[in-house]
Design a protein around this ligand. Structure first.
Ligand code: ADE
Length: 258
């Protein structure tokens, strides 16, 4: 998977992703991260890439031209690297914006199927709408809050997409993701020592009884999801017994209130 980021802060993207699992994935050639500095395409003698908004109002708006040129440069570069491949298709261009659809595991999976992905990171009060209409295929937000720019959201998405690419995680870790796919949160985890400041590891985990451990973990997942993310339970695939357990939890909670 080749990630490309149109940004005013390339070093932020490159430094942020160069460590840990994404860094290793880059070293192994499983992913690549390429940045294009929008400022390099400014025609202004002071290298400006923004101007005041037509119609007035606070803040500055990023101009269409440097972004369009940066995109054109990148599109040519991607096209060249794909020349041997007849099935060239225009890469998706993701505009990272709080006005987009909210990113989730399903969107991460969909994006992980692509060969090339372009992220466009904005700053200031936004980007001239005309260039967005011309190049953007997807508007994506990482949540209902406003950040100072698109670089952190782009990094969040690149991280979430990268870990879905075969070979990026080892198998042990990748199973962790399975439970989110089930719309259940992960069960609690423990490691040595057996007693930490008087708190014991749950007995069942020391029993060596795999079926009991599995059952306990599943119950804990349901309990945790019910307590922390009840909205997910509607879509969770629960057995008859698990539904009964959930009903008991709900009943218990209502009972506790009175
Ligand atoms: N840019 C600023 N805030 C953002 C958000 N929440 N998601 C995506 N891009 C953004």
């Amino acid at each position: 998977m080749n990630f490309h980021v149109l940004t005013l802060f390339p070093e932020m993207i490159l430094q942020g992703l160069a460590t840990s699992i994404t860094g290793r994935a880059m070293d192994k050639g499983l992913i690549s991260v390429n940045t294009v500095n929008i400022r390099d395409f400014s025609e202004d003698r002071h290298n400006h890439v923004d101007d005041t908004p037509y119609g007035g109002g606070a803040g500055m708006v990023m101009q269409a031209e440097p972004i369009f040129k940066a995109y054109g440069y990148l599109a040519n570069h991607i096209k060249m690297t794909n020349e041997s491949n007849d099935s060239y298709k225009k890469p998706r261009v993701i505009y990272v914006t709080p006005q987009g659809s909210v990113f989730n595991q399903g969107i991460a999976e969909e994006f992980s199927e692509e060969e090339e992905l372009i992220f466009l990171c904005g700053h200031y009060e936004g980007i001239d709408e005309r260039v967005l209409e011309m190049i953007v295929t997807d508007h994506i937000s990482i949540g209902d809050y406003v950040l100072t720019g698109g670089e952190l959201p782009a990094m969040v998405m690149i991280d979430a997409i990268s870990r879905l690419i075969p070979g990026v995680l080892n198998n042990e870790v990748s199973s962790e993701f399975e439970s989110l796919q089930d719309n259940l949160l992960e069960y609690p985890q423990y490691t040595r020592p057996e007693i930490f400041m008087g708190k014991r590891v749950p007995e069942v985990l020391l029993s060596g009884h795999h079926a009991n451990i599995e059952a306990w973990r599943r119950e804990q997942s349901i309990l945790r999801t019910y307590e922390r993310r009840p909205d997910l339970l509607e879509k969770a695939d629960l057995s008859e017994n698990e539904r009964e357990y959930l009903t008991r939890l709900i009943f218990q909670k209502n009972y506790d209130v009175y």
